[in-house]
Design a protein around this ligand. Sequence first.
Ligand SMILES: [Ca+2]
Ligand SMILES: [Ca+2]
Length: 296
Amino acid sequence: MVRRSVGGQAGGWLLAGTLALAATPAAADPDTHRDCPACPDLVMVPGGTAQIGNDDRPREAPAHQVTVPAFWLGRTEVTVGQFRAFVEATGHVTDDGCFGWTGTGFGEVGGSWRDPGFPQTDAHPVVCVTWSDATAYAEWLTERTGQPYRLPAEAEWEFAVRTGIADADRQPETICRIANVHDTTSDQVLGMPLPAQPCRDDAARTAPVGSLLPAQSGAVDLLGNVAEWTADAWFDDYGTATTDGRPRAGSDPRRVVRGGAWEDDLSVARPGSRVGLPDGFRSQYFGFRIARDHQL
Ligand SMILES: [Ca+2]
Ligand SMILES: [Ca+2]
């Protein structure tokens, strides 16, 4: 597979037309790792310090610095095929029902992760899964490999986007190169009463993971495709945020979801956007990716 990346080293963002081309399979990439043949690929997010949050948006304030150790992050969102392997191996029981686009409005569409209301292959990101389903998947990987799998903290997730995707690649006309969002494709096919981005990613709903360009770390689809459950309990702002990349625990049953999805525009599909949903919520727009500490 040919890997191309956007984003870049500090002060050296790669621009459209000068994308780095490296015919390196993911499994052979020195910064890509897999703990078992069927385990998700991991990419290393280099540690460092960055500013996250936004002072001009109450739910994202205050902007603050975080210093995050290097960590492994799932290269892709967990796929239908990967989640099916987990269900078949463990007998994990999921609940049916899912929120999404009914064709005429937003509401309950029935179905389940097996049948979310639109066609998916095993290469698509799994949807209609709860936070509990996601954490159970991570726990299964831990049991299987002996490695401490978990969901990423929201600070880790935002750090990975802000340090791995350049501002130039997150503009209305360029976002479709890196993110499956509500674009001209979904606008034409679905007719949702939502603003669409003025670009084309060729996916009306979910796309096979890795269809678009990766971030500098090699992670794909951080923004868009499916929004991603994180480890954090919901807090209304960043007032009690950690500064070392650890997730926040709390009594609120809502969990933080990041990145926006295939029905979102840049008001949601951007680094700082935070959404809190009950941990049992299932949506055509929500999936997850896994993470683990960097301790090789
Ligand atoms: Ca799209
Ligand atoms: Ca995503």
